[in-house]
Design a protein around this ligand. Sequence first.
Ligand SMILES: *Cc1c(COP(=O)(O)O)cnc(C)c1O
Length: 386
Amino acid sequence: MTISAFNPPARVLLGPGPSEVPARVLLAMAKPTIGHMDPAFIGMMEEVKTLLQYAFQTTNAATLPISAPGSAGMEACLANLIEPGDKVAVCRNGVFGGRMGDIVERLGGVPLWVDNAFGEAVDPDKLADALKKTRDVRLVAFVHAETSTGVLSDARAIAEVAHRFGALVLADTVTAIGGVPLYVDKWELDVAYAGTQKCLSCPPGLAPLTLSERALHRIRNRRDKPRTWFLDLSLLLGYWGTGKRVYHHTAPINLLYGLHEALRMLEEEGIENAWQRHRRIHEALVVGLEPLGLGISVAPDIRLPQLNSVSIPAGVDDAQVRARLLEEWGIEIGGGLGELAGRIWRIGLMGQGSNIRNVTLCLDALKVALGTALIEKDLDAKAVPT
Ligand SMILES: *Cc1c(COP(=O)(O)O)cnc(C)c1O
């Protein structure tokens, strides 16, 4: 066989995730693999839980990473909280809200869709109206930071409405965590799940989540076991819990070394400082886009600093510009998803990738790529018809 070692090309990851992984995290993952029941490893698992509590701003004891990507965190939370026939209000203002509803249906739950247009935030009043009309909704699910559109929703206001109507609240914080203020305890979010490859600057493959006492109570009082073995949170808590550990599966040991180091970096910087840095760097991007004739498609008060949706000017070829950025500059940015395909670019400035060097580089690349795109169009227009 002549298959050579895989050497990934040099890339600057400015898309919707994965984001840049710092050398410190990569080096941590290159350390020797040890047994997952080794007391040294168990000690590290405890530290990961403590660091995750910090990242979520919670004291919830039930805080742990699922051994699978963000979508598995979504599925784990829904599969453990929902029983067949349960009514679940699903706030949908982008692709990921839609995915939640799809999972609810597959679990035999009954989704009550609360829709806002792609590009708008979840409207808590609309949620309140829906909960007034449909009684005994058991769970409200929403996406705090919608990565498909670049929109931030008001998690505290949504939680307040859900609780007023006696429902638990579940927040998708995959892109939010580490990038924008998130206070699981102060905002009384009953359940939140996240991912590692966005603002936590770790490779993909883990889904941190946290459960309040109210959520644990609901899980303990289910009529039946959840219809999933691997994502059964009661079993996972037996594996991650304090006290005697029960083998469930083999944790991705080296990936957890990486998460441990990435969370240490967050803690060293200070989470409030990290939130502020994302905000400052976002503002630098916005200022730099303006002279290029580019603007953010989302209203200023609900913009995500870590995921910038840029309107594609009329006449500019979306795919062509992104291909040039990748081929000539090694820069990856995202295209639009769903109904926003071809209409926006998604520029991620996430985690350690949220820095001024990346902003400058991205602006330079866009300037060149757009300049040429316009010149080519000009030449086309002037071409002599044959
Ligand atoms: C990325 C993302 C997910 C899915 O995470 P994966 O790790 O790709 O499974 C879910 N929700 C939001 C808001 C995301 O940005």
